[in-house]
Unconditional design. Structure first.
Length: 152
């Protein structure tokens, strides 16, 4: 995996950083379609005409969005009919690089805990500073390997 994956994570993290503030913006309770339609002063029948469907279909579309069961294709069609762009992104809560690092640390900690346990059984021990250095080194090594996530 190595540096290409790391570069891809960093590049994508940079691109997604501009979306992060939007994650704090709650979706309107009745959904974006209804909120935009109401703000435009457009009736359900008017939106239905623009979509080429009946008002009852618009009602179902708005309910499915509010219930988070809407298809992306339907949401895109509704956005077009409302003269809007659909913005779609998965925004990592803590960034891709941080997420991968945390996973690497979890896997490394489990491995080192097992080794430390065996060493204690043999009356050997590793001090906290050495353990920290080993943890960082193993984490760095694991991050650059395939299979990091299969070791959850």
């Amino acid at each position: 995996m190595g540096s290409a994956a790391r570069d891809a994570r960093r590049h994508l993290d940079t691109r997604l950083d501009r979306f992060r503030p939007l994650t704090a913006e709650p979706r309107p309770a009745r959904g974006w379609i209804r909120a935009i339609r109401d703000a435009l002063g457009m009736s359900g029948a008017d939106l239905g005409a623009r979509l080429g469907v009946r008002q009852s279909t618009v009602d179902r579309l708005e309910r499915s969005e509010a219930n988070e069961t809407i298809k992306l294709e339907s949401l895109r069609r509704a956005a077009d009919a409302l003269d809007c762009d659909l913005v779609y992104a998965l925004v990592p809560r803590s960034g891709l690089e941080a997420t991968v690092r945390a996973q690497g640390e979890r896997v490394a900690s489990r491995r080192l805990a097992a080794v430390a346990h065996h060493m204690r059984l043999e009356d050997q021990s590793v001090d906290a500073e050495d353990l920290s250095v080993q943890l960082n080194a193993l984490t760095d090594e694991l991050i650059d390997r395939r299979g990091l996530w299969s070791q959850s």
